[in-house]
Design a protein around this ligand. Structure first.
Ligand code: ZN
Ligand code: ZN
Length: 256
């Protein structure tokens, strides 16, 4: 399994992450925040599956751009996966012929009737996406949100998506064979604990309690660090003194 955290801007040098997209095996995107900015047209044409974990804009901001950019390379529709709340919001507020064309009704160049198709996710029900087993697990955020367990024959990886303190995804992780890594939301530094609670994100201090629930030795990569707080969050993560915890590097290929 090959995983990349995509850059949030077209220039790829920056490690600042304002938007969320992970690319798995060049084919499946977890969230569509930066997917329309970060990839070349050829790379976009390879991506046929986008799992949107919740309705917040940083997780689908450039999904409409991506659909339009990939269009000429498509010989089959892009499938967009989400909870029912996510699918209905994307239909109503984005692909509504006002903000962006309704690509469900736009045929592909080869005559296939739709450019995008929506597929509804059901919490805890595993589906197969491009050779991966993907299980959505509810987490604790402001809107209905799922973290994802993504598995192939050799590895399992957890993406928490945006979450505050939560239990189920850590319980699932504790029981999962071949769990290699967790990508976890650490948006804010410890001194912004109230903001973290109000907006339902984690801090380095809260991560300690979450990892006790997970209770096993796996690589832990912090993501979703707010750019304004980044240096402080990194300092506080280092102070945890846990060699398994580090910050996910944009552009690096993680492979298990
Ligand atoms: Zn969010
Ligand atoms: Zn977010």
């Amino acid at each position: 399994m090959r995983i990349r955290l995509l850059p949030s801007q077209a220039g790829r040098e920056s490690q600042l992450q304002a938007l969320t997209s992970f690319l798995i095996n060049d084919r499946v995107s977890v969230d569509g925040g930066s997917i329309g900015f970060a990839l070349s047209p050829e790379e976009m044409g390879q991506v046929r599956h986008v799992v949107v974990t919740h309705t917040h804009s940083d997780h689908h901001a450039s999904l409409p751009i991506f659909v339009a950019e990939a269009f000429t390379a498509l010989d089959s529709p892009i499938i967009i996966y989400g909870l029912p709340e996510v699918v209905s919001a994307l239909r109503e507020f984005i692909f509504n012929d006002h903000i962006w064309p309704n690509f469900e009704k736009i045929p592909l160049l080869n005559g296939k009737p739709s450019t995008i198709e929506f597929q509804t996710l059901e919490p805890r029900r595993t589906i197969e996406i491009a050779g991966l087993r993907v299980t959505p697990i509810p987490v604790n955020h402001l809107v209905p949100t799922v973290g994802l367990m993504v598995q192939d024959d050799g590895a399992s990886v957890i993406f928490t998506s945006d979450t505050y303190v939560t239990d189920e995804i850590w319980e699932v992780g504790r029981e999962t064979e071949q769990l290699k890594a967790v990508f976890v939301d650490i948006s804010f530094p410890n001194e912004l604990a109230k903001l973290a609670a109000d907006s339902k994100h984690l801090t380095p201090e809260l991560l300690v309690g979450e990892l006790e629930k997970l209770n096993r030795e796996v690589e832990v990569y912090a993501v979703h660090i707010k750019p304004t707080n980044r240096d402080q969050v990194i300092r506080e993560l280092n102070l945890l003194g846990n060699p398994l915890v580090s910050v996910a590097e944009i552009g690096r290929v993680y492979e298990w």
